[in-house]
Design a protein around this ligand. Structure first.
Ligand code: DC
Length: 222
């Protein structure tokens, strides 16, 4: 395929966005941008520096946040001010801090600009909360992923267990619900389904089935 194309994926946490985006990037040999990792890096900065997440504090520290994504054979490497923080941002604490920091308008402006710059001139798949509505509303393919809260809690618990973190499933469920509510009711770029996004409910789909569905939809569009 010569023409560059953009695949935009939004949805709540643990609906399968990352798995789908990674697999699409691999099969189509295109760039993958994990925008949640950028908000996680910002959240990590404030948590590790013990700075309360007020708008004033966030905005006073904006210029100190140098976030970058690089890639190796294992996937995305997340850098904050030159430090590789990839293994430190997938905790429940950082998930919540990312959601908290992402409410701020200025941080969103900074990260959206970075996302557009990274995608410039590339065929790319991006996933997050505002990709289909704000970052790339004219993407070639727009997907909105959903899944039942039960399966999402199971998936998140399994992901954390793989990283050596044992968590209570009820706690995981509560934290997912809290984040959903916060991400979808905030004033700035809330998570919502774009009118022209295709909804995929991944509750009873395998990863392969979801990827096949997305590729079929893409082929119909480009
Ligand atoms: O996709 P994730 O769980 O890694 O994202 C962490 C948080 O970052 C999420 O709860 C809300 C925020 N986020 C956002 O506001 N906009 C995005 N495009 C991606 C993530």
């Amino acid at each position: 395929m010569d023409k560059k194309f953009i695949i935009a994926i939004d949805g709540s946490a643990a609906t399968g966005k990352s798995v789908l985006a990674k697999e699409l990037a691999k099969r189509l040999n295109i760039l993958y941008i994990d925008t949640g990792a950028m908000y996680r890096a910002a959240g990590y900065y404030f948590v590790t520096n013990n700075i309360d997440l007020t708008n004033e504090n966030i905005e006073a520290n904006l210029d100190k946040l140098n976030i970058d994504l690089k890639y190796n054979s294992e996937g995305t490497i997340v850098y904050l001010n030159g430090e590789d923080i990839t293994s430190k941002i997938r905790t429940e604490e950082i998930s919540m801090a990312a959601s908290d920091v992402s409410k701020n308008k200025k941080i969103r402006e900074k990260l959206v600009a970075l996302q557009r710059k990274m995608a410039d001139g590339e065929s790319v798949v991006l996933e997050g909360r505002d990709i289909t509505t704000v970052v790339f509303p004219n993407a070639d393919l727009k997907l909105f992923l959903t899944a039942s809260i039960e399966i999402r809690a199971i998936r998140r618990k399994r992901d954390l267990a793989k990283k050596g973190q044992e968590v209570d499933i009820e706690e995981v469920r509560k934290s997912l619900e809290k984040r959903d509510l916060q991400d979808s009711t905030r004033e700035e770029s809330p998570l919502k389904q774009a009118e022209d996004a295709v909804v995929i409910d991944t509750t009873s789909l395998t990863n392969d089935e979801t990827v096949d569905m997305a590729i079929k939809l893409l082929n119909e569009r480009i």
